[in-house]
Structures are given as structure tokens and as C-alpha cells.
Design a protein. Structure first.
Length: 170
């Protein structure tokens, strides 16, 4: 799969957030048992992995976009294998070669709930989660980067690697 080297801008981040939120809204509508506990309680929504690294270095390239929703852990655990797929649509990033039904790059929308995630502490929560590296997910995500999408206080900021907690200017 060929990676796009196009720069990810603030408007691209806003589009990713909008498309990912729509997917999560549909997930909760189809799964009322999770809706009651989790809807609207996300601590952090973030662009993660390779595309997040590309946002920082401009060199990694974009194969696809991985948008993660992080929630506090409640009595019923969110399904850890849940992965939504959304089409970014026609854009400068081109088309995902393996996704024949898509016009543009694929966006994977993933969810995680963990005791590390505390309301009103999105940056601190993700750093604690990735530093602990207790789960396969936290270990995997800690190898690349995390860019905040929501809440507004972290939008566009590099949350991981933790020594790069800065805002990229676009």
C-alpha cells in the first residue's frame, strides 16, 4: 500500500474528528447497552500510530488514519476488538489501494476504556496509559505517536511521545 506524503493540516484533523464522531454515534445507536454508560464520556479522541507520526515528522507517510476514543472504565467494558471503518473521501491523500470500496484513505475508529482515563485530564491520562504499557494496545500505541483531536484543549497537540508535548503550527 503506497503511503501519502501529503501534509496533514488542522482542517484534515477536523475532518477526521467529524467522521470518527459520526461512526461512534452510529455504534452507540446500535449498542444501547454501551450508550447508557459511555456516550459523551470520552476523555480523549486522538489520531494515533503512523498518521500521527507523519503529522509530526512529515516523513512517515499516511497509509490509513487510526482515530482512537479513550473512555474511563465503567461496569461494562467496551468491546476491545471493535473497529469502525470510514472513508476519508476524495482528498490530497489519495486512495487506499486495499480498500476497493473506498474513494479515499481508510479511517479506522477504535475504542478503549481503562482506569487510567480520568475526566478533564486527557493529556495526563494518555501519558499514564502509554507509560504503563500493561495491555497489548498500550504497548502497540506507545511505539508511534498520539495527536489530540478532542477536547479542544489538546486539539492538534502532540501528546505522545511525551517529550514532544507541543502544538504543531499549520
Amino acid at each position: 500500500m503506497r503511503r501519502s506524503q501529503e501534509k496533514i493540516t488542522t482542517s484534515d484533523l477536523k475532518k477526521l474528528l467529524r467522521l470518527a464522531q459520526s461512526d461512534i454515534d452510529h455504534f452507540f445507536e446500535r449498542n444501547p447497552e454501551y450508550k447508557k454508560l459511555y456516550e459523551g464520556k470520552e476523555v480523549l479522541i486522538a489520531l494515533c500510530q503512523g498518521a500521527a507520526l507523519h503529522y509530526i515528522d512529515g516523513e512517515n507517510g499516511v497509509k490509513d488514519f487510526d482515530v482512537w476514543f479513550f473512555y474511563p472504565k465503567f461496569s461494562k467494558q467496551l468491546p476491545y476488538r471493535r473497529r469502525g471503518k470510514v472513508d476519508f473521501g476524495k482528498s490530497k491523500f489519495g486512495k487506499s489501494v486495499d480498500d476497493v470500496d473506498f474513494i479515499g484513505r481508510r479511517i479506522d475508529i477504535l475504542i478503549r476504556s481503562d482506569l487510567c482515563f480520568k475526566a478533564n485530564k486527557p493529556a495526563e491520562s494518555i501519558v499514564k496509559y502509554l507509560n504503563s504499557a500493561k495491555s497489548a494496545t498500550s504497548k502497540h500505541l506507545s511505539h508511534k505517536a498520539v495527536i489530540g483531536l478532542y477536547p479542544n484543549s489538546v486539539f492538534g497537540k502532540v501528546l505522545w511521545p511525551k517529550n514532544l508535548y507541543i502544538k504543531i503550527k499549520h
